[in-house]
Design a protein around this ligand. Structure first.
Ligand SMILES: [Mg+2]
Length: 211
C-alpha cells in the first residue's frame, strides 16, 4: 500500500444533503419511528426537515477521475464522514463512486463530536499515521483528535475546486517514508503564495476530554 487516504464526504466529494431527507422519508414510511427519532436527535432537525430552497445534489468536478487516478497509483481510499453510513453509502452508490473505497466509516465509527477518531481506521488497514492522509473541507470537523502525525489537506471551498488538483498534490506529498516526510519537504519548497490547498500536519493529538 502506497498510502491510506481518508476522504471526508460532505462538501469534499460532493453535496448530498437532500438524500438525508429521502432516507428520513423512507424511515417514516416504513414506520421505523425509533430510527427516525434517533436520526433527528443526532443530526439535528435542521438537516431532516426538507428545505425547498436547498441546493440540488451535485458532485465535485472531476471527482471520479481523481479517485480513479489515486487508486491506480496504489493508494487505498476510504471515506471517513460525520454523517451516518446509510446516507454515505447511498450517496456513493447512487453516483457510482462506492467502488473506489475499501470501506465507508460513518459517524457511528469515527465521530466524537469535536473531530474524528482515526485509530480504528488505521488499524483496519494496518496503516501508520505517517502513511495516512486526511482530505476534508473543515479543520474542526475532519481533523484527527486521536492520532498525531497525520497530514491533512484542508479545502474549505473544496466543493467549488476541481478535484483534478488533488492527485498531483497527493503524489507530491507521498514519499517512501510516508506523508510526513513529504509534508516537510513540501513546506520548505513551496512558496507561501502557492500553499493552497492548505496542507497541515497534525503534530499532536487533540484533547477530547478537556474544556
Ligand atoms: Mg465536510
Amino acid at each position: 500500500m502506497r498510502g491510506l487516504i481518508c476522504w471526508d464526504l460532505d462538501e469534499t466529494i460532493g453535496y448530498f444533503r437532500p438524500l438525508g431527507d429521502e432516507i428520513v422519508a423512507e424511515l417514516r414510511a416504513s414506520q421505523e419511528g425509533l430510527l427516525r427519532r434517533l436520526w433527528s436527535r443526532l443530526v439535528g432537525p435542521s438537516e431532516v426537515v426538507p428545505d425547498p430552497d436547498a441546493p440540488p445534489i451535485r458532485l465535485r468536478a472531476g471527482i471520479d477521475a481523481a479517485l480513479t487516478r489515486l487508486g491506480e497509483a496504489g493508494f487505498v481510499q476510504v471515506v471517513t464522514t460525520g454523517s451516518f453510513e446509510i446516507y454515505a453509502n447511498r450517496a456513493l452508490e447512487r453516483y457510482g463512486l462506492r467502488r473506489h473505497f475499501a470501506d465507508v466509516f460513518g459517524r457511528e465509527r469515527v465521530w466524537e463530536g469535536r473531530g474524528k477518531v482515526y485509530r480504528d481506521v488505521l488499524a483496519q488497514f494496518e496503516a501508520t499515521p505517517e502513511q495516512t492522509l486526511i482530505l476534508g473541507d473543515s479543520f474542526e470537523r475532519d481533523r484527527s483528535i486521536d492520532e498525531p502525525g497525520i497530514v491533512m489537506i484542508c479545502q474549505p471551498d473544496g466543493l467549488d475546486q476541481p478535484a483534478s488538483a488533488l492527485p498531483p498534490l497527493i503524489e507530491a506529498l507521498s514519499e517512501p517514508d510516508g506523508f510526513r516526510a513529504g509534508f516537510d519537504r513540501w513546506l520548505t519548497e513551496t512558496p507561501v503564495s502557492q500553499r493552497w490547498p492548505v496542507v497541515l500536519m497534525m503534530s499532536e493529538a487533540f484533547d477530547v476530554t478537556g474544556a
